[in-house]
Structures are given as structure tokens and as C-alpha cells.
Design a protein around this ligand. Structure first.
Ligand SMILES: Cc1ncc(COP(=O)(O)O)c(C=O)c1O
Length: 383
């Protein structure tokens, strides 16, 4: 099996520790261990934990807490993985064969299309597109533009060869969130040809308005969901992700997991139970919403101050904003010059097959975000 280079991850891994202003990160500023548990808990609980393999599918308590995030799910519907990255790997590996077709929402975190092709499947692109805002009812005011799905196009793209429709919701890199009608239409399109719906929902919980995005789980019998603690909860270092799927699918995926990481780290399993406990979970969700709203305001002010050199469709969720810039420069070239001359890292739109855009992460420290944006603006004005 040959696999394409995962351009964005390679780029981030290569440069993120070398720059002072890292605007390429895609999650909310991570919390410390001390902000999650107190010292006595570490002494009394964590210090006594045996460093064994633990439950290789995740402890029953953790799987029960995860199941609680989904309608009518139980621990038997959950497999705990090492990040959402492993979840996506296992799902595509188990599901896709040579000559299968996978309809993939784009733009996207590009792990799934590359993996699908690595397993020998054909990928069919289904693009989100900027949709002008509708006139607000009775207000005479236009609502803001959105990244929207073309559901008629989806109908045309889904065929009897379609094994699965892969969506990323909330979306990386646009921060768009599908409406309930669009989610139901995706399920209906899959049902027409008996295909799976696979939803990467790792950004669920990072909504700016605090309304938890509905899950695909429970809308259709053949749904597989990937999720995790890396983005909305500021805990990427725990490397806790999960899959929610029908029980028989979980059993198959657990078998594949024997070949990848065997088990999540027991320490992370323990800490994830704390994070998903009702009190701490609420605290983390509130923290995320506050950081995102405050920082997005800073990005909005900056975009406004750029006098048309940059425009955007503001995200509804996630810690990332996808910006379009006016100067006629390739995005990889622009990002490289920005990094070299101004010590700022952004993700070039080329990594999402959308040149003349850059993705910025705005979930980090505000001071660094503002200075990173200031430098980016200064650079753009010279082009
Ligand atoms: C949409 C999406 N899915 C999966 C992942 C991988 O997440 P994790 O860090 O939990 O492995 C990312 C990371 O950026 C992502 O953006």
C-alpha cells in the first residue's frame, strides 16, 4: 500500500515548534494537568494507577461517559482510540476496499481522502461552497454568507458504487455547521444506495453560540462517528478519541485496533473520565466558548482593518478561520514567506485544494494571535 504525504500534518509537524507565532494550530489553547485535577487527586488516584494495558477498547466508565454525548448510545457502541486520527484510520481501513467509491466532503481535514485512496478506493469530491446570505425575514437585512452544501450535487454524486459518504461537521477548515435538514439529506442520499455515513465530529462542542451541534448518530442506521477531546476540550495531549457505531461494527473496528495501538494510554483513559465528568465537562465547554468568542472578535477586527485585502466567511464553530486574500500570490508561497520573514505560521489553502486562502487557528493565546495577525497584515500590505 502506498500513501500520499499528509501535506498539512507534515507541514505543521515540521514548522510549528520553530516559529514564535503559530497560527496553524487548530484547537483551543490546551489546559494543564493542574487545571484538570488537583494535586491530591494526582497523588491518590493517578499515582496508584497500574500502568497496565487497561481495557483495550477504553474503560467501561469512559465509554459510558462518551456514549452520554450521543442520543440513545451505550458503552457497547463506543471504541476509545488514540485521537480522532486513529478513529479515522480504523474506520476507512475497515470500510473501504478496491473499487469502492467514497464521496468526501471538501474542503476537509485531508486525512480521510488520502486514506481512502491508500486503501484503493476512488474518491468523489463533494464541495462546500460559499452561499450568499438570504434576506432576513421582514428585516430588509442580508444574513452573512455561509459555506453551504449543494444537496442536489450530492444526489448526483452518490451512486450504487458509493460505499460511504464522509463528512466533517463542524467543518475543518471553514468552521461551517450543517443544518439539520442538510444532515438528514446526507443520510437520505446514503440510504438510497445502502451506503454508510461517516461523520468526523471532532469539532463538536466548539460552537461559538454554545449550541451543541447535532450528531449524525441516531439519524440513520448506518452511521459511524469519530470524535475526541483534542479540539473543543483543549486536551489534544491526552490523545483520546473515539468511534461511535453500531455494536457489530465496533467489534470489527476493535479487531483492527489490535493492529494499530492495541489500547489507549491508561493514564489518558483516567484523565478523560475526569474531563467528561459533568462538572469539569461544563467548565471546559464554557472555557472554550469564552476563548473562541473573545479571540474571534480580534480576528473580525483585524479582517475589517485590512481594507478588503482579506475577506472571510466567519466560522460558526471550531478554532479555525478560513481567510481569502486578494494579492495574486500562491498560498504556499505566501505562507513560506510569512514564516521566513515574520516568524508566523499559517496553513496554506493549497493543503485544502483551495489556493488564495489561508487557515488560521484562533484558539490560542490572544496576545500571540493579535501579534501574529498584525505581522500577517503588514506582510500582505507589501505584496
Ligand atoms: C477534522 C479533524 N479530524 C481529526 C483530527 C485528528 O484529531 P486528534 O488530534 O484527536 O487525533 C483533526 C486534527 O486536526 C481534525 O481537524
Amino acid at each position: 500500500m502506498k500513501i500520499e504525504r499528509f501535506e498539512m500534518e507534515r507541514y505543521q509537524s515540521t514548522w510549528e515548534t520553530t516559529v514564535e507565532f503559530n497560527l496553524a494550530d487548530s484547537g483551543v489553547h490546551p489546559i494543564t494537568l493542574a487545571a484538570l485535577v488537583d494535586h491530591s487527586w494526582i497523588r491518590e488516584v493517578l499515582a496508584r494507577e497500574q500502568l497496565g494495558y487497561g481495557h483495550t477498547n477504553g474503560s467501561e466508565e469512559l465509554r459510558t461517559l462518551i456514549a452520554g454525548l450521543y442520543h440513545a448510545a451505550g458503552p457497547e457502541h463506543v471504541l476509545v482510540t488514540t485521537g480522532a486520527a486513529e478513529a479515522n484510520f480504523l474506520i476507512t481501513w475497515a470500510l473501504l476496499d478496491r473499487s469502492d467509491e467514497a464521496v468526501v466532503m471538501l474542503p476537509n481535514y485531508m486525512q480521510i481522502p488520502s486514506l481512502a485512496r491508500a486503501w484503493g478506493a476512488e474518491t468523489v469530491s463533494w464541495w462546500l461552497r460559499p452561499v450568499p446570505g438570504l434576506m432576513g425575514p421582514g428585516t430588509g437585512l442580508r444574513e452573512p454568507a455561509q459555506w453551504g452544501p449543494d444537496l442536489e450535487e450530492l444526489e448526483r454524486l452518490v451512486s450504487p458504487k458509493t460505499k460511504a459518504i464522509f463528512v466533517c461537521n463542524p467543518n475543518n477548515p471553514t468552521g461551517a455547521v450543517l443544518s439539520v435538514e442538510a444532515m438528514n439529506a446526507v443520510c437520505a442520499a446514503a440510504a438510497r444506495v445502502n451506503a454508510w455515513v461517516v461523520a468526523d465530529e471532532v469539532y463538536r462542542g466548539a460552537e461559538l453560540d454554545g449550541h451543541l451541534t447535532g450528531s449524525f448518530w441516531g439519524r440513520y442506521s448506518k452511521v459511524i462517528v469519530a470524535g475526541g477531546l483534542s479540539k473543543a476540550y483543549g486536551l489534544p495531549g491526552l490523545r483520546i478519541g473515539w468511534i461511535v457505531a453500531p455494536h457489530e461494527v465496533i467489534q470489527v473496528l476493535w479487531g483492527h485496533h489490535d493492529y494499530t495501538t492495541i489500547a489507549p494510554s491508561v493514564l489518558s483513559d483516567h484523565l478523560a473520565r475526569v474531563a467528561l465528568g459533568p462538572r469539569v465537562f461544563q467548565r471546559l465547554a464554557t472555557r472554550t466558548r469564552l476563548i473562541l468568542n473573545e479571540n474571534l472578535e480580534a480576528v473580525a477586527r483585524w479582517v475589517e482593518g485590512m481594507g478588503g485585502l482579506v475577506d472571510w466567511i466567519a466560522p460558526k464553530a471550531g478554532a479555525i478561520a478560513f481567510l481569502r486574500y486578494r494579492p495574486a500570490v500562491n498560498s504556499t508561497e505566501l505562507a513560506t514567506q510569512l514564516r521566513k520573514a515574520h516568524d508566523v505560521l499559517v496553513v496554506p489553502g493549497d493543503h485544502f485544494q483551495l489556493d488564495r486562502h489561508v487557515r488560521i487557528g484562533y484558539g490560542g493565546e490572544k496576545r500571540l494571535l493579535e501579534e501574529g495577525l498584525r505581522r500577517t497584515g503588514e506582510f500582505l500590505r507589501t505584496l
